[in-house]
Design a protein around this ligand. Structure first.
Ligand code: PPS
Length: 590
């Protein structure tokens, strides 16, 4: 163990208390409140408790936070690039005083740690974004998360860990820093090169670790991030199977695989610095840093900004960087080379990440030089053909606009085509079952829509078709549902734009008359708001088309978006005018 790198700050600050103390904390009544941790916070807590975030002993206090944001240092001068904070709702924070102790629980309510509250403050999140991410642009996924999804109050203080979060996935590949250090020591490794990744690995990555191992005569720690990553990243189960294939394929490389429960911020250079500190805490002596290390989609940082940041702080960090340029495949040599080793006469082949994803989705061939067949097979298993991808068709509009009627017509069309499971979550049906205890206040409407969104996203995840037909009057809630569903498949928002006047004139349920008479309060359009969708995939006014015509227009959009096979819908894919008639081929399945 002594030959491995020392932890950042000199010692591992593991925070787990002995089992008898943990039991005492669980039984004692002094806890002021219990905060249910978000996934991000759960990851951060695990990193603090295990010592992976050494020398942190808890969530940052205000002085540490201010220093870290402004100059990448804790108050005592220790280098630390990213604020690790606990954000809680104002209503939760209001109940607390400095000096109180609160519990921190996982989603099942299991108490994982207690926090002694030393500080409580309202952070300036825009200031934090500007310094940590170098932008306030919400096109940056980390910034969007910080600004749109953080709670308003930060709590700072010391953590006492009662237990580490339970993981049932690949438990043999999950190590605390101490466990990994012990393992590396048993292997007799002293020069250990960490490879950070949140993606599947292909042949270029293998070339990279091979070159790194050769260059510094070290062994490889394959250290994939399996905490919170980007919403559209490939799930870590698939990735882990891919990494295991890499290991089996390359037995000549000394390679240890271990999972890292980090929540990534996609903060580019600052995040790369954090990655270096974490790997140091696990005993590594080197870290591979490639192009765009820890950068989000959208070119927010120059391609080699992370390398420059690490180079600048390498001495103080005490871990060495193995920098890499992008590797390109040279056809004549059947080999990957960095840009500075390429000859102008050579044929360089490249497939971008997005092109690879497209090929997987469209079931197109993946060149053998790019990856190994078993990795392509794994990825194909998790990228079903687009026509088999789950989809949610989400209607929104006034009561009586025609949502349910079109939804039923669409259901009938889809069922007639066969081959897919279709579920209708109609507003009224949901109100009778899933949301029977809810009324029509904003809070209750939001809850109702989020429940529908949850069920729809599960259906979508499993490759089904969910048709939802609530009023869903609020833009922000509809957006939340879209985000939930798009993690797993497609989301088609259909705004049934039938005018309020027509809905009221129809008044099929007699509800408008009651609302006008004041018998029904908070009735959408009469005495409650409806926020018109800005960018729906489709707008349908039932004043100008029949339910079956409307259903057919949706089918065309589904086909255009490749949620179903074009061959099954005929004839015109381009004409989505209100008069379009589409013949559905009954013999074929989706
Ligand atoms: S929401 O806002 O999305 O939660 O509403 P939703 O669940 O879709 O409403 C379902 C049906 O409830 C009837 N109803 C009302 N609608 C709006 N406002 C008030 N106050 C209200 N009270 C009862 C109405 O018939 C809705 O069904 P649809 O199918 O839209 O007519």
């Amino acid at each position: 163990m002594s030959e491995l790198n020392l932890p950042h700050g000199g010692v591992l600050t593991e925070r787990l208390v002995p089992p008898d103390q943990a039991m005492a904390w669980r039984k004692q009544k002094k806890l002021k409140a219990v905060w249910p941790l978000t996934l991000r916070q759960l990851c951060d807590l695990e990193m603090i408790t295990s010592g992976a975030f050494s020398p942190l002993t808890g969530f940052l206090t205000r002085a540490d936070y201010d220093n870290v944001v402004a100059r990448m240092r804790l108050q005592d001068g220790t280098f630390w690039p990213i604020p690790i904070t606990l954000d809680v709702s104002e209503s939760f924070a209001e109940k607390l005083a400095l000096g109180d102790t609160i519990g921190l629980a996982d989603a099942d309510g299991a108490l994982l740690a207690v926090l002694e509250i030393e500080d409580r403050w309202q952070p300036d999140l825009h200031h934090e974004a500007f310094h940590v991410y170098q932008t306030r642009d919400q096109g940056h996924s980390g910034v969007a998360r910080l600004l749109a999804r953080s709670h308003a109050t930060y709590l700072g203080g010391t953590i006492h860990g009662l237990e580490l979060p339970q993981h049932f996935d690949f438990p043999e590949l999950r190590h605390t820093p101490r466990q990994l250090r012990d393992l590396l020591a048993r292997l007799g490794w002293s020069r250990v090169i960490a490879f950070q990744t949140r993606n599947p690995m292909h042949r270029a990555h293998v070339e990279m670790i091979r070159r790194a191992a050769r260059a510094v005569e070290g062994k490889i720690l394959l250290h994939p991030v399996v905490g919170e990553t980007q919403a559209d990243d490939i799930d870590h189960y698939t990735r882990m199977r891919c990494y295991e294939h890499i290991q089996r394929r390359n037995v000549d490389i000394d390679l240890q695989l271990s999972m890292l429960p980090l929540a990534m911020r996609m903060a580019g250079p600052r995040e790369a610095l954090l990655h270096a500190i974490i790997r140091k805490n696990y005993g590594c002596t080197h870290l591979i840093v490639g192009r765009d290390h820890a950068g989000p989609a959208g070119n927010f940082y120059p391609p080699y900004a992370a390398q420059e940041a690490i180079a600048q702080h390498e001495d103080e960090l005490g871990i060495k960087m193995v920098p890499f340029q992008e590797l390109s495949y040279v056809e004549e040599l059947d080999q990957f080379l960095p840009a500075d080793e390429l000859e102008p006469s050579q044929t360089v082949l490249a497939v971008s990440g997005s092109e690879l994803r497209r090929r997987l989705k469209e079931q197109l061939p993946i060149p053998s030089w790019l990856s190994y067949p078993e990795i392509v097979d794994e990825l194909r298993r998790t990228h079903p053909a687009r026509e088999k991808t789950g989809v949610t068709i989400f209607f929104t509009g006034f009561s009586g606009a025609g949502k349910s009627t079109i939804a039923k017509a669409l259901l009938a069309r889809l069922m007639a085509m066969g081959g897919r499971s279709v579920t209708l979550l109609d507003g009224d049906i949901v109100r009778q079952n899933l949301s029977s205890e809810l009324g029509f206040s904003r809070a209750h409407r939001d809850l109702n829509i989020l429940r529908i969104g949850f069920v729809a996203s599960e259906i979508t995840k499993h490759g089904g078709i969910a048709i939802c037909a609530p009023i869903a009057p609020y833009t922000a809630t509809r957006r939340q549902v879209r985000a939930m569903v798009e993690t797993h498949g497609r989301f088609i928002e259909v705004f049934v734009s039938t005018s309020l006047e027509l809905c009221e004139a129809r008044d099929r349920k007699g509800l408008y008359a009651k609302a006008r008479a004041g018998v029904i309060k908070e009735f959408t359009g009469i005495n409650d708001p409806y926020e018109v969708p800005q960018n729906p995939e489709l707008m349908i006014d039932t004043a100008t088309c029949t339910p079956l015509e409307a259903a057919d227009r949706i089918l065309v959009v589904l086909a255009q978006q490749r949620c179903m096979n074009r061959d099954h819908i005929e004839p015109s894919m381009s004409d989505i005018g209100s008069n379009v008639t589409i013949r559905v081929s009954l013999s074929s399945s989706l």
